[in-house]
Design a protein around this ligand. Structure first.
Ligand SMILES: Nc1ncnc2c1ncn2[C@@H]1O[C@H](COP(=O)(O)OP(=O)(O)O)[C@@H](O)[C@H]1O
Ligand SMILES: [Mg+2]
Length: 266
């Protein structure tokens, strides 16, 4: 079906939380969806939800060396509270990074081709090597998360540009819309904005802890992630195509300092 990758270039903008929410929304909408932890700096779900490290990325990677069977994928997944299926990575960054270096590209090719399963991968903080040869190189779409500040956008834009050069469609998921608005980020970086999520630390914490905000109402952040997942639903789920045109509005205002990036990003 499809391999959707989430990543960042710098900081901790909310890749794990967004990937979790996106997976949950897709699964709730009836698309068989599995979350894969593939962050070279190590997994966090096993610790957070007190799960064993196996089955998980360790067993999946080992199986992939001997020829994976399509029907066995879910055997490497564990159930998170709330019922979501996830393939967890070991928290040790050296261990996870080594697995992804050795097996990431092959796993990506395999996972992107599964007939009945949509894979959402939390690729964590990307570097150019992981992008060129690892799991994200096989993505049907790569979403780069960043806060719209120059020091976060610039390194992520460089990775986005090289992903595009490799033929991987890429879009921004921006956390907040200040100081640089989405249209400006899109224009300056040449990468469309797929979603703008509210910058809301309280809601993010509540979501990570599995609590609903307020009197049982879902937060704006949770709803924004669900809407994003619905708008970009993969082919075959009865929704519109993954690569629906991103909401990129033309900019009519004066160039702001972020425009300096254009020369560096190319
Ligand atoms: N949309 C958001 N707005 C504000 N804070 C967020 C948002 N998403 C995540 N966070 C917070 O940022 C921190 C890092 O989140 P996490 O999902 O682990 O990021 P990453 O995987 O990029 O390191 C957590 O404290 C989380 O609650
Ligand atoms: Mg993370």
């Amino acid at each position: 079906m499809t391999l959707t990758c989430f990543a960042s270039a710098k900081g901790a903008p909310g890749v794990t939380l967004t990937a979790l929410g996106f997976t949950a929304a897709r699964a709730a909408a009836g698309t068989p969806t599995l979350l894969l932890e593939a962050d070279p700096s190590g997994g966090s779900l096993a610790i957070r939800y007190q799960l064993g490290r196996q089955p998980g990325l360790i067993t999946l990677a080992a199986a992939s060396r001997h020829g994976l069977n399509r029907n066995e994928i879910t055997a490497h997944a564990q159930e998170l509270p709330g019922g979501l299926a996830a393939i967890v990575a070991p928290e040790r960054h050296d261990r996870t990074a080594a697995i992804l270096r050795a097996d990431g590209g092959r796993l990506g090719r395999f996972l992107a081709d599964l007939p009945d399963l949509h894979i959402v991968a939390d690729c964590g903080r990307l570097d150019s090597e992981t992008l060129a040869t690892g799991l994200p190189s096989q993505a049907d779409v790569l979403y780069m998360l960043a806060r719209p500040v120059a020091e976060d956008v610039q390194p992520a834009a460089a990775l986005a540009a090289s992903a595009r050069d490799q033929g991987v469609p890429v879009g921004w998921v921006l956390i907040g819309d200040r100081p640089h608005d989405p249209a400006e980020v899109a224009e300056v970086t040449g990468t469309p904005v797929a979603a703008v999520l509210p910058d809301d630390h309280r809601a993010a914490t509540a979501m990570a802890e599995g609590r609903a905000e307020g009197r049982g109402r879902r937060s704006r952040l949770a709803r924004a992630i669900s809407a994003f997942a619905a708008e970009t639903a993969p082919l075959g789920s009865g929704e519109e195509a993954e690569q629906s045109p991103a909401r990129v509005e033309p900019t009519a205002h004066e160039p702001k300092p972020l425009a300096e990036l254009a020369t560096e990003v190319g």
